[in-house]
Design a protein around this ligand. Structure first.
Ligand code: 5GP
Length: 190
């Protein structure tokens, strides 16, 4: 069986990565799987264990770091987030193209280990910083302090767009997902 692609999708908080990802996942022709990360943050309303994240304690997270179970991990706005190596490898070994949706610090770690032919990195950006702020505020799941922290972080993240194979502007999630679909199709046809 042909090993699946590793598709890193990154971009600042609030840019709409999750919505774009849902559009992509609905396209069965792409044969995608989504890497469910571990996090120490609490679930937001409506989020589900094992679907959105695996919600674990800080102690458990640190234990998994020491057991080398993460492809990458980071601390982001006071919480740990990490991608499970086994989770990604087993799906790819079963021929699925794996989407890993992570922030830039983690993406940098993965990009530095890439060999190229079975991997893609895509940075999603917003049409403007104001629009990004509007989107974060509209989500209304964070306190003002957390929103400001995420906006500061976003400024840093936007500077790292150049590290990725592709930068796609999320004007509407449908269009953005279509552009990413075309990028994935091109890679699959190589
Ligand atoms: P949120 O708390 O909004 O769900 O996620 C915060 C940020 O962490 C988002 O940019 C999200 O893409 C990123 N993220 C989610 N899972 C992981 C992961 O496993 N590793 C890294 N490095 N970032 C992650």
């Amino acid at each position: 069986m042909k090993k699946g692609l590793l598709i890193i999708i990154s971009g600042p908080s609030g840019v709409g990565k999750g919505t774009v990802r849902n559009y992509l996942m609905n396209d069965k022709s792409l044969n995608l799987a989504y890497s469910v990360s571990c996090t120490t943050r609490s679930p937001r309303q409506g989020e589900k264990e094992g679907v959105d994240y695996f919600y674990i304690t800080k102690d458990e997270f640190i234990k998994r770091i020491n057991e080398n179970r993460f492809l990458e991990y980071t601390q982001y706005c006071g919480n740990y987030y990490g991608t499970l190596l086994d989770y990604v490898d087993s799906a790819r070994n079963n021929g699925l193209n794996m989407i890993v949706e992570i922030e830039t610090n983690g993406a940098k770690q993965v990009i530095s280990k890439l060999s190229g032919d079975k991997e893609l990195s895509i940075f999603i950006t917003a049409p403007s910083f104001n629009e990004l702020e509007n989107r974060i505020r509209k989500r209304a799941t964070e306190t003002e302090e957390k929103i400001r922290e995420r906006l500061e972080k976003a400024k840093e993240e936007l500077k790292l767009a150049k590290l990725y194979d592709y930068v796609v502007v999320n004007t509407t999630p449908e269009e953005c997902a279509l552009q990413i679909k075309n990028i994935i199709d091109d890679k699959l046809s190589l």
